[in-house]
Design a protein around this ligand. Structure first.
Ligand SMILES: NC(=O)c1ccc[n+]([C@@H]2O[C@H](COP(=O)([O-])OP(=O)(O)OC[C@H]3O[C@@H](n4cnc5c(N)ncnc54)[C@H](O)[C@@H]3O)[C@@H](O)[C@H]2O)c1
Length: 362
């Protein structure tokens, strides 16, 4: 068992990573069910595959489930209204806890619902996808999508506890597992070259669901995120923005493919990371050998690294970036790299240069 503390003063919380934690959910969640109730928000797929384990693991603790359809489309006003209405109909009180039991979609949706119902009630994250276990369940960002863009409406609302059971990944689709792996690579690339070398050695074994490899990678990524969130909770000091490595390119690719199954979020991040490293090398900031090492590793594990078949171009992608929330006074802040493990924020990127660079890769 690994325990990581997200140090945020009175809003500090623990992240526990433990194989089989779901089967001992009653012991882990008892402190949050002592004075109030637990109301679980999950999606139909997660509930069908892992719901029984959670219910059994909770034993005498009753947890009423609210289910929504799986997929990104559930991060919508309609589904948010449905969840909030159900929470109110169930008589939720501020001392109750909403339990987000699912992937990043459920974490973002349930967390946002918890932040607004009764002007804010507690919530606990039990992430079930690899992406949610290594990234989205920690840090308190919650959001839904609106027609103007992804994650444009939301709140910072920290969970009271995060419970990670890597065993739940047994039922996760291999493509989804690989998509989550892209975020693990991101943690290595922004701050830990040694971890990247470890991933080069052990990535295949991790994706074959080797328990030791999964535990090490989840714990290392969560510790990395906890450190950054503790330093810059609301992304105002420049530090948390490092977590967006590959995401400005990635969001543009997701938007171009209509946020569909054609390109999953993690896959777009992988292609975006390759572009960010290539762009850094192109600007002479990062050794070309490092950019190639990153591309080769992501390609070796089966993540997309080439965007030529997406049928898009530099102008279209830059247009998507200008719509993205990271727009700042007409200029786009890019996370660039001086090498593996050495990402940094560069606020002075010329958009024409980005467009010309992307034209050569599309
Ligand atoms: N808040 C943040 O800091 C943050 C960070 C990164 C990403 N995100 C958000 O996370 C979302 C993507 O998360 P995701 O990739 O987890 O997507 P997701 O929640 O849609 O889950 C992916 C799919 O896997 C299924 N699934 C999840 N766990 C399973 C399990 N154990 N067994 C079987 N099936 C399972 C789900 O039903 C779904 O169909 C995006 O909306 C993204 O914006 C948020």
């Amino acid at each position: 068992m690994t325990r990581v503390i997200v140090a945020l003063g009175e809003r500090s919380y623990d992240v526990v990573i433990e194989e089989g934690a779901l089967d001992r959910a009653s012991a882990h969640l008892a402190p949050f069910a002592r004075d109030g109730r637990l109301i679980v928000v999950s999606d139909e797929t997660v509930w069908a595959t892992q719901g029984v384990r959670l219910t059994r693991g909770l034993g005498a603790i009753e947890a009423v489930p609210i289910l929504v359809a799986p997929g990104e489309a559930s991060k919508s006003w309609d589904t948010l209204a449905h969840v909030v209405d159900r929470l109110i109909a169930l008589g939720i009180e501020r001392r109750d806890h909403v339990v987000a039991f699912g992937g990043g979609v459920i974490g973002d949706l349930a967390g946002f619902a918890a932040s607004i119902v009764n002007r804010g009630c507690g919530f606990v994250q039990i992430p079930t996808s690899l992406l949610a276990q290594v990234d989205s369940s920690v840090g308190g960002k919650t959001a839904i999508n609106v027609p103007a863009g992804k994650n444009l409406v939301g709140a910072f609302h920290q969970p009271a506890f995060v419970l990670i059971d890597p065993n739940v990944l047994a039922t996760l689709d291999p493509r989804q597992l690989r998509a989550g792996y892209a975020e693990i690579v991101k943690y290595a690339l922004i701050q830990d070259a040694g971890f990247f070398a470890w991933l080069e050695e052990n990535g295949a074994s991790l994706l074959a669901r080797n328990p030791g490899a999964l535990h090490h990678a989840i714990a290392t990524s969560v510790a990395g995120k906890a450190r950054i969130v503790a330093e810059d909770e609301r992304e105002t000091a420049g530090k948390r923005a490092l977590l967006n490595l590959g995401h400005t390119f990635g969001h543009a690719l997701e938007a171009e493919t209509g946020f569909s199954d054609r390109l999953l979020h993690g896959e777009a991040v992988a292609a975006g990371i390759v572009l960010a490293f290539d762009f850094s090398a192109h600007k002479g900031l990062c050794p070309a050998g490092d950019a190639e090492r990153v591309r080769a590793h992501l390609a070796a594990v089966g993540l997309p690294t080439d965007i030529r078949d997406l049928g898009t171009g530099g102008r279209r992608l830059v247009g998507q970036m200008m719509h993205d929330k990271k727009k700042e006074g007409g200029r786009l802040p890019f996370i660039l790299a001086r090498g593996i493990g050495r990402a940094f924020l560069d606020r002075k990127v010329d958009l024409d240069e980005v467009e010309a660079f992307l034209d050569r890769r599309t």
